[in-house]
Ligand binder design. Structure first.
Ligand code: UDP
Length: 246
């Protein structure tokens, strides 16, 4: 059903996104901002144009995942190039990390940088500014439903299934663009009491992406580790996606 969505007031300004109401109560407009943060906000900056790049990349990926059987909150493009319309969801406060290769905080814990995993490896952190986003395991997630909002094992299995499948689909998507997907983070929300869908964004802010031919880093590590021009890296990702779509 096609609807005319009209943006209304700002509901929430998060770390990287702004959320607006629309004329339909069950739909929101999500705008990617130019803000960039690392180290839990210790390092921050503005990268002009990043919001547009991330929104275009993420929207294309969400459409691709929907086409391949992963339910998401994505509905359609929004009122500007940095925004999209999404189903309103009750967010589940978990960051679900999926690793195809060892990197980042994994290698800090265990070494093995660059090791390829035989299947997507899933980890969770509990999203909480108060407790500093601690790593959380499956048993703890299920033991504290009042915090995690996960009602039972079946729901957690579904999240694992969607995440691992997203990992495989996304690896293929990027491989065809000459880019290696190392790892990424996703978030989920509930659009009805028994319907969990993929939410938030999947962009170079939330993935590790490496140019297969040159080894060039194309993601937020450019900012985290001062490795180069963030906008240039993200633009390269979008350019390859756009070229493939044509
Ligand atoms: N990630 C994210 N948001 C977070 C933490 C991690 O998007 O708050 C992404 C990150 O960009 C990487 C993956 O999740 O693609 C794995 O991150 P990791 O646990 O290695 O943490 P990092 O070393 O990036 O802090």
């Amino acid at each position: 059903m096609e609807r005319d969505f009209i943006r209304q007031g700002l509901i929430h300004s998060g770390k990287a996104n702004n959320v607006y109401a629309t004329n339909y109560p069950d739909y929101l407009e999500l705008e990617s901002s130019d803000r960039i943060l690392a180290g839990n906000g210790a390092k921050r900056d503005i990268i002009l144009g990043k919001g547009v790049l991330n929104n275009k990349i993420s929207s294309t990926i969400f459409k691709y995942l929907e086409e391949n059987g992963i339910p998401t909150h994505f509905v359609c493009e929004g009122s500007n190039e940095a925004s999209k319309i999404v189903r309103a969801a009750q967010m589940i406060p978990l960051e679900v990390i999926c690793r195809l290769y060892a990197a980042g905080s994994f290698s800090k814990r265990y070494g093995l940088e660059g090791k390829k995993f035989s299947e997507p490896l899933i980890e969770y952190t509990y999203k909480s500014d108060l407790y500093g986003d601690p790593i959380i395991d499956r048993k703890t997630i299920l033991a504290i439903p009042e915090k995690t909002l996960i009602k039972n094992e079946r729901e957690l299995n579904l999240i694992d299934y969607y995440t691992a499948r997203t990992g495989l689909l996304l690896s293929k998507f990027y491989y065809e663009l000459g880019i290696k997907l190392v790892d990424f983070k996703v978030e989920y929300g509930r659009i009805s009491s028994d319907q969990i869908v993929l939410c938030d964004e999947i962009s170079p802010d939330t993935c590790r992406l490496i140019d297969i031919e040159t080894g060039e880093i194309l993601d937020k590590d450019l900012f985290r580790k001062d490795l180069g021009d963030v906008g240039k890296g993200y633009s390269k990702v979008l350019r390859r996606i756009t070229k493939k779509e044509k």
